[in-house]
Design a protein around this ligand. Sequence first.
Ligand code: SF4
Length: 465
Amino acid sequence: MCGIVGIYSKNKNVSYLIYYALLTLQHRGQESCGIVTRTENGFKIYKGMGLVTSVFHKGILNSLDGYVGIGHTRYSTTGKSSIENSQPIMLNFSLGKLAIVHNGNIANAYLLRKELEEKGQVFLTTTDTEIIAHLIIKNYIEEKDIVEAIKRASNILIGSYSLIILTDEFLIGVRDPYGIRPLCLGMDNDTIILASENVVFDVLDKNFIRDIRPGEIFVIDKDGNYYSYYLNKKRNAFCAFEYIYFARADAMINGISVYKVREKLGEIMARKDTVIADFVSPVPDSAIPYAIGYSNYRGIPYRESLIRNRYVGRTFIMPKHSERKIAVRLKLNPIAHEIKDKRIILVDDSIVRGTTSRRIINMLKRAGAKEVHYRVCSPMIISPCLLGIDMPTKEELIASNKTVEEIRREINADSLMYLTVDELVEGIGLSKEELCLGCFTGKYPIDELESIIKLIPKDIFLYNK
Ligand code: SF4
């Protein structure tokens, strides 16, 4: 996870634009956020723990003047949740300054760090992003060419990375050669924007131009000229989970409407279902389009049975288990008089540990629901994500070692159905060869990934928050 943005403007202070962009990308990370801008007099940086609205205020944004800058909302995968690990990461070196924001996860980070430390490299953070920054800087000092430096660094990075880099000369967007995490391009006459999701362009009233292509290095110079360069080509492997849960429903990811995919997946679930119920209800808010698709296909009324407190963050991206538990109770409340004695088809986007599903089903049953039929519009998650999404270890994933019937019993549903991997692929509308489906199949698109994992001590790899 993580939301990233970079903005170049010919004549405007960009700090407010970056602030609004980060608010738009808040769903991608809620632990910390930060902005770096570049002025004629150097770089300015401000970072803090918490939501964008609590970290930034007018005085800070006014002080971050500059015609170009980058911003980040963080959700940690590698490196604990702390102010040192918040982004942008900014480093001084002999040729100037470099600030970087990153969405993704470098699987061989531990090994690269060990190697760099043995050569005397000092690290300020425990993130994989700082490793990327050091690799780029090292190659930049040797090559004196930032694009070559990025290419050389990319040759040894194994994992997923959408990056936005700010140097004394350039604003640069990079998407890894598999295109695992999203990054897109928007602009108008005097502004160029790189952002994780195109919704940023809607909010800032700019035109969505296109996705940054897998392996593309998109360079914007001080005069607003831009150029594309490419890393060595690999197969596309867009993250399927962006469509299921992470991206906003109003986003277009890789040219495909996330809302349409979710609606279609609800229809596909309805197509194979025969259960009898009084109404269809979503687990709010992320499952709403799925439930609408399901309801339309089967002609069963759509009703809400749970009301979400919108001022509480999404539980899945809260880092500590204890926080997630409280958040479920805080954020969902059943509408008892709507539920009493009713048979409900409850539609959800996914089940990770199963604890949230069990709590929700029990909540509905305590409120008087006669039956709760749980419909999960994604396949069973059997393997952790190694490419930038924080998921529990394999042992904690409920579907990694249980059958559908065992899961049904554990979450206390009256019936339970999932989609298959083929049905998910059909709903997204891309071929299997263009997607990463690793958490559903245990097979990841990057060949070296599994051999790398075996080399890393278990307590260090990925889950070291
Ligand atoms: S393993 Fe799953 S969550 Fe991770 S990148 Fe692949 S599809 Fe996305």
